[in-house]
Structures are given as C-alpha cells and as structure tokens.
Design a protein. Structure first.
Length: 372
C-alpha cells in the first residue's frame, strides 16, 4: 500500500528471502540469537511463504544451531513444522535441514582464543580436552606395554590395542565424534613419535635390531579403522572391553603393578585374584556399582584374562574425599566413652551408611582400639 512504511522485521525478511537465500549454498542460524526455536521457525515460514525467488534449480541447505541441552525440545518443534507439506513448506524451500548443538563451553573457549595474543586459530579438539588432559606419563605406559611382546605381535595386536586405548581416552560419553585422524594428529601423534624413539632406544639397549615398521603410521591407521567399529557400538567403554576380549587368545597380559593394561594410561591400584592389576578409573569405567553403595564396585571377572572373580567387591575412594583418618582414645575397661564418641559422630555425619565407611585409616588406644 502506498505511503505505508514497512516494519523493520518485514524488511529483514524480504531481504533474506529475495537477496540472501538465492545467492548462498548454506544458511546457518543460531537459534538462541534469533529469539528461540519458535521465533526462528516463524521467520523461516515467512521466507518459504514468499515462494522460490530464484531461477536456480539448487536450493540452499539450512543449518540450525541450538544450545546444548535443548536439542530434544527444538527437534520436536522442528518436526511438527516439517510435517506440513505443500509448495510453500520448508522442505521445498531448503534442500536439507540439519540441526546441531554447540556447547557453551566451546563458545567461551573460542572467545578466549580470539582475545589471546599470539593464538592463530581455535582448536575444537584441544578445547574439548581442556578438563581431560592426556596422561603426563602416557609414553612411559605405552612403552611398558610395547616392550612386553615380540615383533610378530606388533602389527596385528599390540599397536591396534594402543589405538583402541586412544579411542577409549578420546570418546567418553557426551564427547563430540571428531574425525579420528584429526584427533590422532592433534593429540596423539607427538606421543607416538616419542614412543617410537623410546622403543628404538629400548631395543638398542637390549641388543635387538632396528624395527622396520612405522609405528606412528601403523597406530594412526589402526585408530581410523577401529573407529568404524566403535561407531557401531557407540560406546567407547563397550568397544574397549570387547577389543580386550578379542585379544585374549593372542596375547598374554603380564601382571604389572606399574601400568594398567586395561587403559594403558596410568598406574594401577588394585590387584585382582588372577594377579592382574587395574586402576581405579578402569574399575569405575568397566564394572557396575552396587545398588545400595555407589562407591562399591562389583568385579565379576578380569578384563585382561577373563578369569572369574567370584563375588569380589572393591570399595573405592569417593571423588570428593582425601585420606580420611579416625582416631579414638580409650575410655575405661568397658569402652563406653569410645562408643559414645562414635554414636555422636554418626549422628552428626548423618549419612545413610555405617560410620566406618567414611574412613580409610582408623587408630585407637586402649579400649578405643577394641571398639574401632
């Protein structure tokens, strides 16, 4: 209508639908910056309602970025809109519509990188590992593992086991599924280069000939190949557990108290009845919690040899606990005073389990020693 000034929002929609959409291949919209999913879809429906504004036979793709944790709600809203059919539907306006989520942590890390002097680019893989750094002595543990076996086991067994340990390390629940080759070059390549040098030095000291196999390239290739198997399982924990089981007929794992051969990343702390050792992280990763006591793990078998452990239960230290010590003095031959101390302490602690579960070391003198 002549003399009517269009609203700013109408002008923006007109510009996007008639100028931007015909000239681009991909449209990326940050939903949170556009007023939420409902408001974003309302604008998209207005664009689609204007019909195709270009003679090009290729329509742009649409990428919707939603905040982490809002994927389900956004997907439900989007699904209801996509059910609408017709020449002016979103499905006809865009060649494809994809929704992804981006954690706020990545945005903050990117902002910090942008304001940090001397930082050339933002690395998503390194940012995702900010709170999950590589083990400082990873090379040491990998060398301990590699030095156990002869050369005939290397290509088919030991190096693939190292690669699968990287998959276990890199893809915990909730981790983005980064390309394994990119992950290897970003996180593990330098470690493997150092490992190769350490292994050659070990062979020189033992009077063994140089190895012709390219350890770095072999581990990278194995990681890429095994990643496809991991994708089928969708759980790094189950994948590693299955891989260890598959290797039992080919490898005899040593009973080392220096390296946890379940993960190849840290020193073990617990010895199983079969003689193999495992670390606390692997206990929590591979075994089930007791239904009533979350810090008690039910160890049914050894991951390395498969030997059954019976009804073995291992109590581990809670994440928020340090070394916990209880000292009780004596109080007469009947031990009444120590009992009263414990009763009062139990009352104030007020946790739903026996008081002694809160301590790692207990001391007592006189009747206090008998009570505790």
């Amino acid at each position: 209508m002549v003399g009517v000034v269009p609203r700013a929002v109408d002008a923006v929609n007109e510009m996007y639908s008639r100028i931007v959409v015909p000239l681009v291949d991909v449209i990326c919209i940050f939903v949170a910056d556009s007023g939420g999913m409902c408001n974003t879809l309302q604008h998209l429906k207005i664009w689609a309602g204007k019909g195709v504004t270009s003679t090009s036979s290729i329509s742009p793709a649409l990428l919707l970025v939603v905040p982490k944790g809002q994927e389900s709600e956004a997907a439900s809203t989007l699904s209801s809109v996509l059910e609408q059919v017709g020449p002016k539907s979103l499905s006809c306006y865009f060649q494809s519509i994809r929704m992804v989520s981006l954690p706020n942590e990545f945005l903050r890390a990117a902002a910090n990188a942008a304001t940090s002097p001397g930082q050339e680019h933002f690395d998503l893989i390194k940012a995702s590992r900010k709170d999950l750094p590589l083990s400082e002595d990873l090379r040491h543990h990998l060398l301990r593992f590699l030095a156990v076996y002869d050369d005939s086991k290397m290509l088919e067994h030991t190096l693939p086991l190292i690669a699968s340990s990287f998959i276990l390390d890199q893809y915990p629940p909730g981790m983005h599924q980064f390309n394994p080759r990119d992950v290897f070059h970003t996180l593990y390549r330098d470690v493997c280069v150092g490992l190769s040098k350490d292994f050659q030095a070990h062979r020189d000291r033992a009077g063994l000939p140089s190895i012709s196999l390219d350890i770095v390239a072999s581990i990278e290739r194995a990681m890429v190949e095994l990643y496809h198997e991991y994708e089928v399982v969708t759980s790094a924990r189950l994948f590693r557990k299955t891989h260890l089981k598959q290797m039992r007929p080919h490898l005899s794992f040593p009973t080392s108290d220096d390296t946890c051969f379940c993960c190849l990343r840290r020193r073990p702390q617990y010895r199983l009845p079969c003689g193999h050792w495992t670390c606390q992280i692997c206990l929590r990763t591979f075994y089930n919690q007791d239904a009533e006591e979350p810090w008690v793990l039910e160890v049914d078998e050894c991951l390395l040899c498969g030997e059954k452990s019976g009804d073995l239960r291992i109590r581990i230290v809670p994440d928020t606990a340090t070394a916990r010590v209880l000292s009780i003095d004596g109080g007469g031959t009947r031990g009444r005073a120590p009992l009263e101390f414990l009763k009062t302490l139990q009352h104030f602690v007020a946790l739903p389990h026996p008081l002694q579960y809160n301590f790692d070391v207990v001391y007592g003198t006189s009747s206090g020693a008998m009570v505790v």
